[in-house]
Design a protein around this ligand. Sequence first.
Ligand code: ATP
Length: 307
Amino acid sequence: MSTIVIEGLCKIYGPIKALDGLDLHVEQGVVFGFLGPNGAGKTTTLRILAGLARPTTGQAWIEGLPVGPESHARRLVGYLPEEPSFYPWMRAREFLADLVGGLCGMSRREAMARADEMIVLVGLEKDADRRIGGFSRGMRQRLGLAQALMNRPPVLLLDEPVSGLDPVGRRNILNLIDELRGEATVFMSTHILSDVERICDAVGILNHGRLIALDKKENLLRRYAVPVVEVNFDAAPEMVAHWAESLRELPYVVNVQLDESAVRVTLDGSIQSSVDMQRLVLGADLLVLSYQHERPQLEDVFLQLVE
Ligand code: ATP
């Protein structure tokens, strides 16, 4: 069953078409990566799903309920905005237990217990009783995530959830999102392709308000990522350059990049091209230090589609 359904969503701001007929289904329990360059319409989509903005035309549903500012669908959603804002004079624990717990309709006792649980989950134990006004961007991000999770929502909408975090914080939050798989449906936008590669099951790529790719991560990689062979020689750079130059004329070689004595060759994906490359490297009469097929990366897919 699709937990999130989007049909023909358009959002127009004056002369700008932020969304231009977006159609999208996200299955229950998956971690969905929503990718796109700056200005593609990711935040606009998330805000509409969260019931914070209305589409110009089109409609979206969460668990079968149409989304909107007055919709019950809002109760099913935890939302982390790109830049969460808080009352600066409040303390983190107070914010979660008193304000968020209250808004979620929890009893005081339940709200306090859940707030404590969330503080540990996002790693804010040491700062829980400090004023939020003094929090760093990463700390605010963690608090924003704790707030989104307070009500145990079945759907989490996360706008750039790890953007302000250091590597340790990023890993912790990604692990946490990973653990939500199956329990909640996670819809997250991000620019960090390696993070999507690590934790997302399915990926949608948005460009100019339209979806240009939607599939399981493995299928996207299989379909779009091009094979690349990297060869490192123990030879003078000019000899390597001479050999690399001769590759450019081959019909199945898409690109050749040279870095001193290392050559990176992009192939057209045919089996024959890979077999021929091995033969050409051995026939180069240069000492080979390493020869490897690079694993296709989501970044290659993204750049190929968006450019
Ligand atoms: P980023 O990755 O930079 O956060 P995004 O994919 O989230 O970008 P949006 O923030 O959804 O993109 O913006 C899509 C387009 O809509 C942009 O051209 C943006 O300038 C425009 N836009 C968004 N909100 C408004 C607004 N309130 N008023 C006018 N234009 C807006």
